[in-house]
Design a protein around this ligand. Structure first.
Ligand code: NDP
Length: 299
């Protein structure tokens, strides 16, 4: 799959719909790259700084999409993007133009958005942004895209004006959202684990700042564990050598007991421990934690 990092020269005009923190960052990056940019947001008054930097402020979404061959949508979710794009005047104005939807939602919503677009003569690409607003317009932004390859190639120069890396994941329109939900799964369970750890540490008189350097150390173990686990999962080996799942169950129980001893909800860890116990109950206690994927993957 092609990943591109090259920043392009000035491209055709672009419209950005949605001026939350991410939409504003996208519009600012387009402007910084010299791309003529029209902006619109449901709630007016969010475009002041962008207009100072040269953005054109559209009064309506219809006016905004009419200004450019390419519209980038970045709102909270697909209920919100549908609310904007399904307006009759906007839909009419979009006919023959391209929408790249960088709002986050599920693969199913991406597929239904693409069906709607096809039914209305709107050219459609889906995508997701994997990094925070501060990375947009810098080499550190990570964008993933899916949809018709030729359409992606046509708009690649404009998308690359946002900086960072852009990876086209394939023609299945739901694929970018599928990566997005899988990656958000990692991020939010990890962050929830960290928040829980900070609460548990606090109950033991340890400040967040005191724990943080050691927490960073735990984070540093993860990249190698991720790579090794991926090989185990794809090969279906689930080796527990050096780290059997019975050992994981024991350490998880310590977290649960210590938390509940302080009256701290241990629901997240109880859910994780429950999966591990089921794996052990099915006779796979000598396997590694990747065996959980087999349990969860069962339909
Ligand atoms: P939000 O997710 O809070 O989205 C705010 C935007 O959605 C505003 O423009 C808001 O308009 C609009 N919106 C909400 N409901 C509606 C609606 N019914 N109709 C029209 N517009 C609506 O903030 P972000 O800008 O941060 O995020 C935008 C997208 O980018 C999200 O899908 C998010 O998951 C994704 N993202 C964000 C990152 C970040 O660091 N912020 C990182 C990676 C991805 P209004 O001002 O009128 O309320």
């Amino acid at each position: 799959m092609p990943t591109h990092t090259q920043q392009s020269a000035v491209t055709a005009p672009v419209t950005v719909l949605g001026l939350g923190p991410m939409g504003r960052a996208l519009a600012a990056a387009f402007l910084a790259a010299g791309v003529p940019t029209t902006v619109w947001n449901r709630t007016p008054g969010r475009d002041g700084e962008l207009v100072e930097r040269g953005a054109l402020s559209a009064r309506t979404a219809e006016e905004a999409v009419s200004a450019s061959p390419l519209t980038v949508v970045c709102v909270v979710n697909y209920d919100a993007s549908d609310a904007v794009l399904h307006d009759d005047d906007v839909t009419r104005a979009l006919k023959g133009r391209t929408v790249v939807n960088l709002s986050a939602d599920t693969p199913e919503r991406a597929r239904s958005a693409a069906s709607w677009a096809a039914a209305h003569g709107v050219r459609y690409l889906d995508g997701a942004i994997m990094t925070p607003t501060t990375t947009i317009g810098t080499p550190h932004g990570v964008f993933i895209h899916s949809g018709e390859a030729a359409l992606y190639e046509e708009h690649r120069p404009a998308l690359e004006a946002l900086g960072g890396t852009h990876t086209h994941l394939g023609e299945d329109i739901g694929r970018a959202a599928a990566y997005d939900v899988a990656l958000l799964d990692i991020f939010w369970t990890a962050m929830t684990g960290y928040m829980h750890a900070l609460a548990l540490a606090k109950a033991e008189g340890i400040s967040a700042r005191e724990l943080a350097p050691f927490a960073v150390g735990i984070g540093a173990i993860l990249p190698e564990a991720f790579e090794e686990s991926a090989v185990e999962v794809d090969n279906g080996t689930h080796s527990g050598e050096g780290n059997p799942i019975t050992s994981a169950a024991s350490t998880m129980a310590h977290v649960i007991h210590a938390s509940e001893g302080h009256g701290i909800d241990a629901g997240v860890m109880r859910a994780a421990e429950g999966l591990v116990r089921r794996v052990i109950g099915e006779g796979h206690g000598a396997d590694g934690p990747t065996r959980i994927t087999e349990l969860l993957g069962r339909r």
